[in-house]
Design a protein around this ligand. Structure first.
Ligand code: C5P
Length: 399
């Protein structure tokens, strides 16, 4: 949104802080905002429409039933015109009307008719602000998405000291500008590929070697990356989880399948996270028919699987920022840092799986991140919370 296109509808209700609205409008106009002012009847007792017209450069609207004003810009049109509706000062009376959905004058009607963001700057006597009725009305408005800015603390016009002062014009201007600046998600435009879950290494048509990985951490990472605006590829071994909505799922079974898919997607990814519990070995030969019992003991010949993440990290061209996981039962830091170096990773997330309740299959986890010569401990939290912290930490390392 360009500077010149910020359109603010300022609703002034009755309160002594209304005298600050002239300054508020001037500061908004300094920031190239177009401001139209709507006043309640009682607001006019505190500041004149003429003053507000002079500072805004626009006629002030104050009546729902004024044919001339309606001919210039109808109240529904006015409600749709604004990028943000700011009620400042917002008296306890208008807050109560908003909470109840009352539309008995121009401002309250506009507030029901506007599809845009609404913010209020409460201003009233501290006792009125603290009253349960006001607090309950404010909670109702907040739960409907109304932004409640302030009030501030301090000496009041009536002589009381407490919470109820309208925020200063410069504070309201800065909140207004922030509210109108769309937040760019941390990973917008980035592609993240994540491996998750176990692999299954077939022995014959009915048997396989696998492990207890649930895929929960990898799926939580996918959800976190999506929440931060990334395009997400989830290469998933067999799990029972529902994938987060919006990611592209690539279902695989064996380590070789996972390796093939990872090598296909990694060069087009900005970040690669290897969270899968990949089987280190697979059967040298997969029997075509079900293997029959052969006496008291049998020997399986296994061969090493490719190290997927090490191969991604070794890419010469289009190498993504590569993050591995290390589940350890002892000397966590030492083993994790060894893997960081030997596999050529940018970061490794280590967890101590000897502790009860974390890691494999659990809903919670605690991790230590290692990169370069630094480390960061992330205390016990749900895998979702932890995943968001991990993905934010990774995003911070890009560029
Ligand atoms: O060597 P270790 O299995 O402990 O290393 C764990 C890390 O390496 C994890 O990020 C895991 O996803 C990855 N890995 C892999 N391919 C393998 C073995 C592990 O990508 N064959």
């Amino acid at each position: 949104m360009s500077q010149t296109h910020k359109r603010i509808l300022l609703g002034i209700s009755g309160g002594i802080a209304a005298y600050k609205c002239a300054e508020l409008v001037r500061r908004l106009k300094d920031h190239h905002c177009d401001v139209k002012v709507v006043m309640t009847e009682s607001a006019k007792q505190f500041i004149t429409p003429l003053t507000m017209q002079a500072v805004s450069g626009e006629p002030v609207a104050d009546s729902l039933l004024d044919p001339a004003a309606e001919a210039a810009m109808g109240h529904i049109e006015l409600a749709k015109w604004a990028d943000l509706v700011l009620v400042a000062p917002a008296s306890s009376n208008i807050i109560a009307k908003m909470a109840a959905g009352i539309a008995d004058d121009l401002l309250t009607t506009l507030l029901l008719a506007t599809p845009t963001t609404v913010a209020i700057a409460p201003a009233m006597n501290q006792q009125m602000y603290a009253h349960l009725a006001t607090q309950s009305n404010l909670s109702t408005l907040a739960s409907r998405g109304v932004a409640v800015w302030g009030p501030g603390q301090g000496e009041q016009a009536c002589g009381d000291v407490g919470k109820g002062r309208m925020l200063e014009p410069h504070e309201l201007v800065s909140l207004t500008l922030d509210a109108l600046t769309p937040e760019v998600p941390l990973l917008a435009g980035k592609t993240v590929t994540i491996t998750a879950g176990p692999t299954r290494e077939a022995l014959d048509p009915v048997r396989y070697i696998s492990n207890h990985s649930s895929g929960k951490m990898g799926y939580a990472l996918a959800e976190a990356a999506l929440a931060l605006g990334a395009q997400v590829h989830l290469i998933s071994g067999p799990v029972t989880l529902t994938p987060p909505q919006g990611c592209e799922v690539h279902a695989v079974s064996s380590a070789l399948d996972m390796h093939q898919m990872a090598m296909k997607l990694a060069p087009d990814s900005d970040i690669f996270i290897g969270c899968a519990a990949v089987a280190d070995y697979r059967a040298a030969d997969i029997a075509e028919q079900k293997i029959k019992k052969q006496g008291d003991a049998m020997t399986l010949t296994l061969v090493k699987n490719p190290d997927i993440i090490a191969d991604v990290a070794a890419l010469k061209a289009h190498r993504p920022y590569t993050v591995g996981f290390a589940a350890e039962t002892q000397d966590v830091a030492q083993y994790a840092q060894g893997k960081l170096k030997n596999k050529g990773l940018d970061m490794i997330c280590a967890n101590d799986v000897s502790q009860a309740g974390i890691g494999f299959n659990a809903n919670d986890n605690a991790l230590t991140l290692f990169w370069d010569n630094a480390q960061q401990s992330l205390p016990l939290a749900s895998k979702s919370e932890l995943a968001l912290t991990v993905v934010k930490a990774i995003a911070g390392k890009l560029n």
